[in-house]
Design a protein around this ligand. Sequence first.
Ligand code: ATP
Length: 302
Amino acid sequence: MLKVEHVTKYYGTILAVDDLSFEVKKGEIFGLLGVNGAGKTTTFRMITGLLDKNSGTITLNGKPIDYSVTDKIGFLTEERSLLTKLTVKEQAIYYGVLKGMQEQDILEKLDVLLKRFHIEEYKERKIKELSKGNQQKIQFITSIINDPDLLILDEPFSGLDPINVALFMDVIKELKEKGTSIIFSTHRMEHVEMFCEKLVVLVRGKSVLSGNLKQIKKDYRKKNIHIEAEHMDLEKLKEVKGVLEVIKTETEVVVKIASEENVNDVFNYVKKCEGVTKFVVEDASLNEIFLEKVGVMYENEM
Ligand code: ATP
């Protein structure tokens, strides 16, 4: 288990991470979210021991981060850091040996992973000859070749097409099932909603929202109602108690309401309308929650 407790980091006078605490348990997928400059990469560098913190503690399975522990951590960095003149096989051996592995074990593991990522044919190819997406697959393979207890993925999906995003997610879920703790950063909230269980949102290095994703969505009072009807007076709908916004799309009307208690008010209006074929209440998306939390934080600082 990874434990980050009251960690603070300054670069000179710039406060990059401010009294941050969170835990990632065995087999958990944890999202570290925030806008550019929020402190995500700095946090990852401190967890991997690449950067010293000013205060606080970070432990993996109860031990402070040092060389004996970093062998058990895999890190996919944001600035892609492949040795592009090497072949895929040479790169895997280089990193595997750095993580304390035997060459034979590295090669066996590499074959399995190249197959899993559908790129067996690139084993003897130089990395600079591969496409960007395939280079990212190699970097991902490199970061998990040592079967890490903790896998850190800084923007793992950036630059990937949707098919490869799905492939990366499948592999990440398989690692979770095997008990790997996974922590990743992204700007894309829909990726978080697809497979993340717990998260923390950083604004200027400080946590402004944290916890279990399902609980966060449940606790957020605003809901969205999706309605399809032949005829509906949208101006009247806007006047219904608790309605914050009415959005008409090509196929439906989305009504944003202040709280679950207003569902009945909207329903009482909609049931009087003609040809209603859909009335579905959904939690707000994580993107909406993120925009509100982060937006309010910035407004308060203005
Ligand atoms: P992004 O999403 O853009 O990658 P991030 O959330 O990873 O951003 P960090 O790179 O951790 O954010 O940066 C946090 C803060 O620390 C920012 O204000 C940044 O300008 C500052 N910072 C980062 N690295 C350094 C450095 N080497 N020297 C000085 N300040 C730095």
